[in-house]
Write a protein that binds this ligand. Structure first.
Ligand SMILES: Nc1ncnc2c1ncn2[C@@H]1O[C@H](COP(=O)(O)OP(=O)(O)OP(=O)(O)O)[C@@H](O)[C@H]1O
Length: 357
């Protein structure tokens, strides 16, 4: 069931369209990530839903209640929406405890206990209760802001890059803790991020904004494996995009003939593979040419050590290579990284995705 509906939202600043005809449906209990490059309109959309910004056109409906349409709008504080902005926006003159309790009625039974629960949830040391925001690190301030929004038990939670000031380990722990907590509480959530890994791991729905327009929306799997175009593919991770000639269930490309989701399309098209679909094995230049079925030979031109996942650039050697084809990037474990100039055989697993246009 759709909980939040965004219909035809448009917003201009001067002559520039920050948002242009955005339609989005967020199911009840979903965790949606809105991703896009800097300036694509993510924060503006979140602020319109929260009620801090007025759209020029369109409608926002939450749980059947129209929150904004034309000039009429439910004020932000009456929307039952939690909002954690990029900078946390804590009240500087209030202690951590008072920041978290802000918005909870004075005299509410269990108010102090709720503050402590929230501190534990965001893994803040209870000894920080009396501190002011300027006595906290950026990451600690963000956690207080998160605790403050959660304490009010919102029906919709809007998170604008809430994990950006945290270091990698804490970021993952917090992301998982917040996702678990929101799931358990059944709170529908929208997370704005420009970190594709965060979007793909946190969310069950992802929407990609580009220059104020919705480029694509779907599950993380759909967007990662079946992006609508090259830009979306590249935004959600490394992508190998090759020109190809399509047949029935296959594509002839620089890597030979690979299985592909061709549907009824035939002829020339662009296909995409994710680097983890390619495998490298040592080979000798004297080996017979690879079969045209998804295998070919190449030479390693660069190796980038990256810890768990390393990147290996390979230039194709067999007759399939296109002149304009840059080196392919393949993911490899750090345990069997090939050396530069090594001759390798490349095999493809899974199907290539065919771009619609
Ligand atoms: N109050 C404002 N006045 C004028 N222009 C604005 C205002 N707020 C946002 N914009 C412009 O609208 C566009 C979208 O901004 P927005 O902050 O929504 O992008 P974003 O995707 O959240 O970017 P980032 O990832 O950098 O935070 C940008 O070009 C921005 O400069």
């Amino acid at each position: 069931m759709t909980f939040l509906t965004i219909q035809g939202i448009g917003k201009r600043y001067g002559g520039m369209a920050a948002l242009d005809g955005i339609d989005l449906a967020v199911p009840a209990g979903a965790r949606m990530a809105i991703v896009g490059r800097s300036g694509s309109g993510k924060t503006t959309l979140l602020r319109i839903v929260a009620g801090f910004e007025t759209a020029d056109s369109g409608r926002v409906t939450l749980d059947g209640q129209v929150l904004a349409e034309g000039a009429s709008a439910v004020p932000a504080h009456r929307r039952g929406i939690g909002y954690v902005p990029q900078d946390g926006a804590l009240f500087p003159h209030l202690s951590v405890a008072d920041n978290i309790a802000f918005g909870l009625e004075r005299g509410l039974p269990g108010r102090d206990a709720r503050v402590l629960d929230m501190m534990d949830m965001v893994e803040l040391d209870r000894r920080m209760l009396g501190r002011r925001p300027h006595e906290l690190s950026g990451g600690q301030q963000q956690r207080v802001a998160l605790a403050r929004a959660l304490a009010r038990q919102p029906r919709l939670m809007l998170l604008d890059e809430p994990f950006s000031a945290l270091d990698t380990g804490l970021r993952e722990t917090m992301r998982k803790a917040v996702a678990d907590l929101l799931r358990a509480a059944g709170v529908t959530t929208i997370l704005v991020t420009h970190d594709q890994n965060e979007a793909l791991s946190f969310a069950d729905h992802v929407a990609v904004l580009r220059q104020g327009r919705l480029a694509q929306a779907g599950t993380p799997q759909e967007l990662y494996h079946r992006p609508c175009d090259r830009d979306t593919a590249a935004f959600l991770g490394d992508a190998i995009v090759l020109p190809a000639e399509l047949g029935d269930g296959w594509a002839a490309c620089g890597l030979g003939r690979v299985a592909a989701d061709t549907g009824s399309r035939r002829g020339r098209a662009e296909i995409m593979l994710r680097p983890e679909q390619l495998r490298l094995a040592p080979a000798s230049p004297a080996d017979p040419a690879a079969s045209p079925e998804a295998a070919c030979h190449g030479r390693v031109t660069a190796v980038e050590f990256g810890g768990a996942v390393c990147k290996v650039a390979v230039s194709l050697l067999n007759g399939h290579a296109q002149d304009s084809q840059p080196a392919l990037t393949v993911h490899s474990s750090s345990l069997d990284l090939p050396a530069i100039n090594t001759h390798v055989r490349i095999t493809v697993s899974g199907k290539a995705h065919v771009f619609a246009t």
